[in-house]
Ligand binder design. Structure first.
Ligand code: HEM
Length: 475
């Protein structure tokens, strides 16, 4: 665990989970520290920054009035990986608070390079004060604590879907109807496992991060077939900069779909322009069939991320090995069931393809409703927005019903989940009313729809961007 001991006597701390050694702070703030202006901090990240650039230059963020350099060795050390780069040039206080344990503050000292100039320190707004009070209240009323029995029930009910699917294959795998029914149940198993792995990977369940990580490997890798490391990289970046053009990987869907007019900039001279022009022009029609391929592409990316020669593997060899074995285990049971419980390879392939495609649809439709069709911002616009406000205005909640809560894995409380990703799923309904009333008080748009209306809004946005794309293509 990357939790250094509290004692300042220990100058070094080695994290057993991430195999990194951290230098602990040994002195109070030095006298004569460098003072930074916002212009200097922002200048360190003029454009989108990649790993090589970050390693070669200073990359500043401000966290609670102090300035840290995330350039050089930082990313190769950082247990959260390159997601931190999404905050360079910004006030990363809120992003830091939502992703880290209180003890992680101790490790900040290793990257401390100075303070914000006193005149540059902004007085906390009424909104920021209310958010801080809300976080405090949530802490005091135990909202960060999970109900282990609730999660045990979820693990058991999700796992029994896999057993049910295999049972159907065993009994009726010789009929096409039996194969398709088993594939549908398996697709729901994969979808529900996805939500569970998501909870563990966000550290919602155990206070010990290593326990969450191992549970995520069992449910995410072994059950569901996705790589936890690949997912964390993509998903944490999305959390850090939701619906920010060129920064959020979840809206980087060209040449297939475009979610905003910004995505159409340079559309006419895209390298895969012909494909993009066709797909985007017809995106409202292509959208639903396309969702079905989402799971297949994520499964392929998970395998690629974990191939023995992958450049992504260098950092945490032990964790990489666990992932590789677990993903191999996934394909052993999944392919094994398909090929041994059906009478011929054709039926096995029908089972495999249908379970992949149905699950792709079930997962991607929920992801899509969470944010697509909500406002998209440029990196410059997002820099002037409060972290929590960005999470709220880019998120769409779906009405809480028993079905919606189950089907979306609690992600129908998308706004609250984005603001507080470590809150256990079962506590999100308690947070919801508090957040909504805060938004009302501060006139921050808070959007809730039904599942169907959410999907209609998504298709509506696709249609409007498609219209603009057609005009550009004609010019
Ligand atoms: C100087 C600045 C930073 C330091 C010293 C730091 C340090 C750490 C440490 C020690 C951990 C592992 C323990 C824990 O999860 O609390 C961690 C995890 C993480 N960090 Fe940072 N961090 C910094 C900045 C950032 C920023 C700016 C972001 C996001 C925008 C970020 C995102 C994350 C994420 C998502 C994880 C969790 C990885 C997981 O789920 O296992 N960090 N960081």
């Amino acid at each position: 665990m990357c939790q250094p001991p509290n004692s300042k006597q220990n100058a070094r701390f080695t994290c057993s989970e991430h195999k990194v050694t951290i230098l602990l702070p040994t002195a109070a703030s030095p006298i004569g520290v460098r003072k930074f202006t916002w212009a200097e901090i922002q200048k360190s990240a003029p454009n989108k920054i990649d790993l090589a650039t970050a390693a070669a230059q200073p990359c500043y963020v401000a966290i609670h009035g102090k300035v840290y350099d995330l350039g050089g060795e930082f990313v190769s050390w950082h247990p959260g990986g390159a997601v931190a780069l999404s905050q360079i040039g910004n006030d990363a206080s809120a992003a830091f608070d939502v992703f880290h344990l209180a003890a992680t503050h101790e490790t900040l000292a290793n990257f401390y390079v100075g303070d914000l100039l006193e005149t540059e320190v902004k007085k906390p707004s009424a909104w920021a004060q209310d958010i801080a009070e809300l976080r405090d209240l949530m802490d005091k009323t135990g909202m960060y604590k999970s109900d282990k029995l609730w999660y045990l029930g979820k693990v058991a009910s999700t796992g029994s879907l896999a057993l049910l699917s295999i049972g159907i294959l065993y009994l009726w795998g010789h009929t096409l109807l039996g194969v398709l029914t088993a594939a549908t149940v398996m697709a729901f198993f994969f979808q529900q496992s996805g939500w569970l792995a998501h909870d563990f990977a966000h550290h919602q369940v155990f206070s010990n991060r290593l326990h969450n990580t191992y549970a995520a490997y069992i449910i995410g890798n072994l059950w569901q077939g996705f790589s936890v490391a690949w997912w964390k990289h993509k998903h944490s970046t999305h959390h850090s900069v939701p619906n920010v053009h060129e920064a959020d990987p979840d809206i980087d869907t060209l040449p297939f779909l475009a979610w905003s007019e910004y995505a159409l900039e340079g559309f006419a001279d895209l390298s895969d322009g012909a494909l993009a022009k066709f797909m985007v022009a017809y995106q409202p029609i292509i959208y639903f069939p396309l969702l079905s391929f989402a799971r297949l592409t994520w499964a392929i990316q998970s395998v690629l991320w974990n191939l023995p020669n992958s450049t992504k593997l260098a950092r945490f060899p032990t964790l990489n090995r666990i992932e590789q074995v677990a993903i191999l285990g996934h394909y052993t049971w999944y392919l094994g069931a398909a090929f041994t419980l059906t009478p011929n390879p054709l039926y096995a392939l029908i089972f495999l393809l249908s379970s992949q495609c149905i699950c792709g649809f079930l997962l991607a439709a929920v992801f899509s409703v969470n944010h697509n069709g909500m406002p998209v911002y440029t990196p410059e616009q997002s820099k002037n927005m409060d972290y929590y406000e960005l999470s709220i205005v880019t998120g769409r909640n779906v009405e809480p019903t028993m079905f919606n809560n189950w089907f979306t894995g609690g992600l129908n409380f998308q706004i609250e989940h984005h603001m507080f990703p470590t809150i256990p799923r079962h506590n999100l309904p308690r947070v919801q009313a508090l957040v909504e009333s805060l938004c009302k008080k501060h006139n921050v748009p808070y959007h809730t729809t039904s599942l169907m209306q959410g999907l209609a809004e998504v298709v509506g946005r696709l249609a409007s961007v498609a219209g603009k794309a057609r005009k550009i293509s004609k010019q």
